[in-house]
Write a protein that binds this ligand. Structure first.
Ligand code: URP
Ligand code: ZN
Ligand code: ZN
Length: 460
């Protein structure tokens, strides 16, 4: 199929200009003013922004977690992502402790097969490192196109690895051109605070927040970056929330380390007062928890200073009856919230419209840097001749209200219920096919493709 997008304002991480885009065979094949081509479909993008499709580097689809599964699967999750202008997501495969990485890969391939509506890739979460897993790590990088390895410094007994395993994983990943990513919080300290709070009869969601003070994230982020420094491995810290953790990265940057950082909309936009609402607050039970206003400021500053490189969602939705599993014990509330659909619109509205970041920075954070860091650039993450035609046509002025009644995620509440945002994803092309138009999804389950990734680019 060929598509001609006329007169759009094309925004990449580096450029901003009005032009036409000609798309053929799934790729961008020409960019220029008044292109003299005929196409099967023509779209007038006058007055609209034209971005590269968003890349969400942090989602959990149908993930087994805390005795249940996150409620969006590959079909509902990637479709909701498309509605919001995200054309590619990176999900997490979880190794079962005592089992192989390849068995976990097969399980996740079954989850996505025939279901994905948008494009996707996987990070491999290593929860049990040993010599045979080390060999699998090399195979994943060389043969599977899975080049990022997630680690957890918390969730002991299920996902957490110890520092010895961490260092040995870093050594093999460094030697083979991959990247170690981390959930950086001190699991032992958190577990002891959880136990203390429960023993004192403190069972409300507020105590989830009080059991994970800033120091637990600051300490783990510093330990992780120190281990990266010792091994020479590049790293990526997911869902950073706070000033103390930012300071650890600042110190690593002063040593000229390759440490990339992701934050998420919720940590930029919401503060810990959300935990003062009884059990309603369980919709904000996630790890790390929402922090203070001063941390929001620190994160926006970190973006300006180039210390934060990407914005993911950590989309991990649970329906209300799943949240109720922790009605009498905050430690049993499944951690996570729905967000995959609203990342692009929230950050545009709260970031670009409110003058906190430029349009170029917006594209860099939501598409270009995730593509570069995770080995998908320039196939994904930009608008350039030869790139996949993953394109978002965005109305910069359209106001709309977020609600569970209109969202497409498989969850019966919205954390942003009633939020009015300015800017709306109007049309989305995935590899040149019209996926979203006039509020409808035209992409079928199974049309999303697995993206084999290259070795990590250590500079962005
Ligand atoms: O609360 C969260 N973040 N749930 C998903 C798992 C994780 O830690 O990313
Ligand atoms: Zn996490
Ligand atoms: Zn996560």
């Amino acid at each position: 199929m060929s598509v001609l997008i006329k007169n759009g304002r094309i925004v990449t991480a580096a450029e901003d200009y009005i032009s036409d885009l000609f798309i053929e065979d799934g790729k961008i094949s020409a960019i220029g003013k008044d292109l003299p081509y005929k196409a099967e479909k023509e779209i007038d993008a006058s007055g609209k922004l034209v971005f590269p499709g968003g890349i969400d580097p942090h989602v959990h689809l149908e993930m087994p977690f805390m005795g249940t599964f996150s409620s969006d699967d590959y079909e509902t999750g990637t479709r909701a992502a498309l509605f919001g202008g995200t054309t590619t997501v990176i999900d997490f495969i979880l190794q079962t402790q005592g089992d192989t990485l390849h068995n976990a890969l097969k399980t996740w391939q079954e989850k996505s097969k025939g279901k994905a509506v948008g494009d996707y890739s996987y990070h491999m979460a290593v929860t049990d490192f040993n010599d045979s897993v080390a060999e699998e790590v090399v195979e994943f990088i060389e043969e599977e196109g899975i080049t990022s390895f997630k680690t957890f410094m918390a969730y002991k007994g299920a996902l957490m690895i110890d520092d010895g395993q961490m260092i040995n994983l870093m050594k093999v990943v460094k030697e083979n051109g991959g990247l170690v990513t981390v959930h950086a919080t001190n699991g032992d300290v958190i577990d002891s605070l959880v136990a203390k709070n429960l023993s004192e009869g403190n069972t409300a969601p507020l105590y989830h927040y009080l059991s994970q003070p800033e120091v637990t994230e600051a300490e783990a982020s510093a330990r992780f970056t120190d281990m990266l420094h010792y091994t020479g491995c590049p790293g990526y810290i997911v869902h950073m929330t706070c000033e103390g953790a930012m300071n650890a990265v600042r110190r690593a940057a002063m040593r000229n380390q390759k440490v990339f950082v992701e934050t998420c909309p919720q940590y930029l936009l919401v503060d810990a007062s959300v935990y003062e609402n009884g059990f309603e607050s369980s919709k904000w039970v996630m790890s790390p928890p929402i922090r203070e206003k001063k941390d929001q400021e620190a994160l926006w500053a970190g973006i300006q200073q180039g210390l934060i490189n990407s914005i993911g969602t950590d989309h991990c939705p649970f329906k209300w009856d799943q949240k109720l599993m922790g009605k009498d014990d905050f430690s049993k509330i499944p951690n996570g919230h729905p967000a995959i659909e609203h990342r692009m619109e929230l950050i545009y509205s709260e970031g670009v419209k409110k003058g906190r970041i430029s349009l170029n920075k917006y594209v860099e954070l939501t598409a270009t840097n995730p593509a570069k860091i995770f080995g998908m650039y320039p196939k994904k993450g930009t608008i350039a001749v030869g790139s996949d035609a993953d394109v978002v046509i965005f109305d910069p002025n359209k106001k709309h209200t977020i609600s569970k009644d209109s969202h497409h995620m498989n969850v019966d509440f919205s954390n942003y219920e009633g939020w009015e945002v300015t800017g709306k994803t109007e049309t989305v092309l995935l590899r040149g096919n019209v996926a979203i138009e006039n509020g409808e999804c035209h992409a079928e389950p199974g049309s999303g493709q697995f993206v084999k990734r290259d070795k990590t680019s250590y500079v962005i």
